[in-house]
Design a protein around this ligand. Sequence first.
Ligand code: LMG
Ligand code: NDP
Ligand code: PMR
Length: 398
Amino acid sequence: MALQASLLPSAISVHKEGKLNLSLKESSFNGSFVSTNLKSDFSPLLIGTKELKRKSFSGPIRAQTVTAAPSVNESAPDGKKTLRKGNVIITGASSGLGLATAKALADTGKWHIIMACRNFLKAEKAAKSVGITKENYTVMHLDLSSLESVRQFVDTFRRSGRPLDALVCNAAIYLPTAKEPTYTADGFELSVGTNHLGHFLLARLLLDDLKKTDFPQKRLVIVGSITGNTNTLAGNVPPKANLGDLRGLAGGLNGLNSSAMIDGGEFDGAKAYKDSKVCNMLTMQEFHRRYHEESGISFSSLYPGCIATTGLFREHIPLFRLLFPPFQKYITKGYVSEEEAGKRLAQVISDSSLTKSGVYWSWNKNSASFENQLSQEASDAEKARKLWEVSEKLVGLA
Ligand code: LMG
Ligand code: NDP
Ligand code: PMR
């Protein structure tokens, strides 16, 4: 088993800010400062390579640090109680944030990553390219733009016999230049159909699996974003997210007898993406309200920072792709590297200081996590309930 000495930080200070954040300066995060700073924060927690090797022969190591203490596996061949790795499903782990998170978790030696991806070969190559070793991951096919594929994925996962300890809904598509809507296999507008409805069904089905695990900390994370939050500058760049009264969604989001947009308006690809992120953040909170107390599962969302270099912008015009990274690096200072963003999401999955449920996590310029405040719409409990009910109908759960 390849184990590396980098472990996640144990004490991430929590800053409650939650203020309206409308200036460039206040909302900026300086990526390069962040990495250096993190290194020194991590150093007291590093376990020497020798020590790791020694521990790793008898099975997965016991966390000295942050990650949830792995649960006990009584069926070890030598009859001794050993501690098993956590199993985490990450959707869209074939690139960008998902891949960087898979790498960060694999490097701890305490997680087995199920890479839930639509392109099997791409995922395999991606895992190899960042050096995730074979015993630390499994690729399973999942196309979130097909409800049938979601159901098949859940089936395949269950047949693997692995318990589920954490689920990360990370995959997304962004179609900013599309003039006309395109649709999922089930006829929903593609961005909301993939980013929200596919994940909604996946998370609902896998909730039972999360409930069953004996792992000490069970988590469901849905990736959100600043651009869906109109209480920020970034969220005020047009077109702004707005779900309205959900009439388009209630009508099936199919562009035939209803609009392809959630609010019932004209199709706009950039808005559809931002709307889908609002749905992601509302869904996390509704899960929290309905299931946290009974199940002990931590539900959370996050804004990982502006990872301006990922594949998310592949459909944008070339000029945008050229200028966006320097714009975020030098002007807004909101830029973070894929690696840094991956460490942040990995914290939300495994750091014992980020277990609080119902939280939308963000990081300040020192890369310290804090509970951020969602926009009025993205924290509207009544809208979250309605979104849940309409989504249940669309994905065939009600
Ligand atoms: C929509 O446009 C698209 O229509 C849609 O298809 C989709 O892509 C959507 O959200 C995604 O965006 C929205 C956006 C396009 O329009 C606006 O935001 C209108 C307001 C523009 C007001 C510009 C204010 C600029 C303030 C920036 C900081 C000031 C810095 C000044 C000092 C600079 C010194 C070097 O908007 C754009 O695509 C960008 C418009 C051009 C912005 C010009 C910024 C100047 C900075 C120059 C640095 C180069 C970086 C440019 C990066 C561009 C990407 C953001
Ligand atoms: P990437 O495009 O690099 O990654 C998106 C992943 O989603 C890819 O692995 C992609 O697969 C996968 N995916 C897309 N469609 C489907 C589908 N139908 N079924 C299964 N998987 C699919 O983008 P990012 O890493 O930037 O995005 C990851 C998350 O981070 C998203 O939720 C995004 O909203 C969020 N985010 C990103 C920010 C940024 O600045 N980049 C900022 C804030 C949030 P494939 O490799 O096959 O294309
Ligand atoms: Mg934005 C603090 C300022 C800030 C931050 C953190 C972001 C993040 N953006 C900021 C400011 C601005 N952006 C400003 C002032 C402008 C006008 C020039 C601007 C424009 C802009 C565009 C055109 N920004 C964008 C786009 C996109 O197409 C991206 C998008 O909206 O994707 C949905 C985007 C983003 N800006 C961000 C982040 C994180 C994104 C991308 C992705 C996302 O939310 O997932």
